[in-house]
Design a protein around this ligand. Sequence first.
Ligand code: MEZ
Length: 567
Amino acid sequence: SSFLSGVHKKNQVTCADCHGKSLTVDDSETALNKNCKGCHGGFADLAAKTKEHINPHNSHLGDTNCTACHKGHVASKAYCNYCHSFAMKIPAMGTEKESTDKKWVQESAPGKKDLKSNRVESTDVVVIGAGGSGYVASITAHDAGAKVILLEKMPITGGNSMLAAGGINAARTRYQERLGMHDDPAEMVKETMKGGRDKNDPELVKVLAYKSADAVDFLVSLGADMTDLVRSGGVAVDRTHRPVGGAAVGPHLIKVYRENAAKRNIDVRVNSEVVQILSDGKGRVTGVQVKGKHSGVYTINAKAVIDTAGGFAANNELVGSYKPQFRETASSNQPGATGEGMFLAEKAGAKLIDMEQIQIHPTMGGDTKVLVSETVRGSGAILVNHAGKRFVNELTTRDKASAAILAQPEKSAFLVLGESTRKSNVQIDGYIALGLVQQADSVAALAAKMGVPADALTATVAAYNKAFEAKKDPEFQRQDIPRPVDGPKYYAIWVKPGRHHTMGGVKINTEAQVIAKDGNPITGFYAAGEVTGGVHGWNRLGGNAITDTVVFGRIAGSNAASFIKKE
Ligand code: MEZ
């Protein structure tokens, strides 16, 4: 066979060398991955050997499961190919069809009909979804004394948080104060409500804002770096915190979360899809039923359940059912963002709200699934249309910026930036590596590459640079002009709006308790992050998603742990 099992056999590797003496594989796949790394080396060793393309062993997905790409008994698949189309050569790759198959979940688990549990386990708290909120809730509940199982249906952890490019919004932090910036949680409340078109739950927004500085301190206590500040759309101060040099926040945080979960021996299981949230029929949840790729269907009895299963912006059908016009737009989300966590909660009695509120991010890279971060505009880029002219305040809210791009005849635009902006934001080098960026030695030469009129683009850049000097943008009233569009090199990225965030979901209260259709909290049931609705209203501000995951993840974890102690 060409599959890895065959290749291994040919090289006299025995089944037990990979699977251990018992030949069992659990859904954490820890032992299996340990054995892969034992023979082949860790990610750093492998990265040194696999440089022929964008390096899969040194990517923004971090130190993931080997088995996410390398499969023993079926054709291997490049996980990266869900979003990218790298000509990735991996051992026992299989056909192109197999390698680009979008159905990553549950390849060998039994069909949905067979839902009889083959065994029962017990724990204090079970957490559904190992993205940012899932990790934060698990770490918090564990540190408050609870025994936690964290379940992830995908072959790797990280969720959409793993892809977060921007940062975490937080008001009145020590980092802002260190730079002499004045910020106020009350302003964060006002701007979040205004950005959400006043459809947010104001009590949830107050919690978000007033606990945001603590959230940053919590991340730093786990080992994260949140020292760099940038401006996001719809905000009047630099409130978005991220790692030094403007590095993407998500991969950094997920690395920190993975390390902290491992240090605590938290039981993290991948390829483990929750198929039912169990309840006692009297208004309290009692656990979950899980379908494990290797372990089949089983039950976990839990004193508390935390739903952190994320949103559904990767689900074409579901998005299309709420907003037919968005069905065919690209999504910036990870492939597992398909919304099951909301409907599992609804079946367990939860109320769903604002489901039709789907955010379109203004700047996805051309025809790709790569999000070009809002921080590129925050760092100094301008938006220019195919006539070479600015047409919107680049730092307006996402709904308005997306609408302005979609109002252009081509329904697309360009980000244009200079050398100082590129240098300030390390993510731009990543877009260059991905082939998304045009470069030239003059604005006129850049215009030629973009296919826009050179005189118009030259005039646009000159006018913008004048606005930078005057610190005033008479044309579009952009409030923050941190850098000019300067040489020696000039850059352009073709961008189109794409689906990014689903604002609706499970209704919660300020204690992160899930609210039932009758308006009462469901006993023992908590939720946090994109699976919930109400925090962001009808339009989320850039940088508020990570705040949501940390603030409400902590509340859910801590309240679930206190609840089980009272039981
Ligand atoms: O919060 C976000 O979604 C965000 C900041 C995204 C981005 O453009 O980087």
